[in-house]
Ligand binder design. Structure first.
Ligand code: GNR
Ligand code: NI
Length: 173
């Protein structure tokens, strides 16, 4: 198991459209385990493969209070969306940034589990929001894309400043 590096906005690799998973072998199993470890360590409620520079259609989520509900979605498709809700979202690729985003409040998602077995999930509330957030990541889409260009630019400048500061600290060592 390993903790993977999480790409941060505006890294252009976050814009990659991920490719379907066809091989459910050892490499995939290792990547899924590493993604869970990275997500729990961060900590976050979800993590898309794109965020750790793995361009496969895959994400992991644990939206439970006590971190007892690990879920894997491979080759997911959102086949139905119902209703609208607005929630304050955060993203591990945007440390310290929170913004209100409107999404469907219920989704039906078809996906495969880590062994390739198909399943369908009809869900709402927080889990539905996180599923839509993660699905966007594997399409190369980010939650700030729902904000105005002005707000997005402000966020980009803040994060670039933060990243420069961090790399300076690294250079001294
Ligand atoms: O940890 C996370 N919290 C969160 C809160 C509201 C809506 C979506 C999320 S997902 C985020 C982790 C992340 O960046 N996943 O891609
Ligand atoms: Ni995210």
């Amino acid at each position: 198991m390993a903790i993977l590096e999480i790409l941060e906005f505006p890294d252009p690799r976050l814009r990659t459209k991920a490719q379907p998973v066809t091989d459910f072998g050892d490499e995939l199993q290792q990547q899924i385990d590493d993604m869970f470890q990275t997500m729990y360590d961060a900590p976050g409620v979800g993590l898309a493969a794109t965020q750790v520079n793995i361009h496969k259609r895959l994400f992991v989520i644990d939206a439970s209070e006590d971190k007892s509900d690990p879920r894997v979605f491979v080759n997911p498709e959102i086949v139905e969306k119902r209703g609208i809700e607005e929630m304050e979202e955060g993203c591990l690729s945007f440390p310290g940034v929170y913004a209100k985003v409107q999404r469907a409040d219920e989704v039906v998602v078809k996906a495969q589990d880590r062994h390739g077995n198909p399943f369908e999930l009809d869900t709402g509330d927080f889990l539905a929001v996180v599923i839509q957030h993660e699905y966007d990541h594997i399409e190369g889409k980010l939650f700030v894309d729902y904000l105005s260009p002005l707000k997005r630019n402000r966020i980009r400048k803040m994060l670039e400043k933060q990243q420069k500061k961090q790399s300076k600290h690294l250079l001294i060592n």
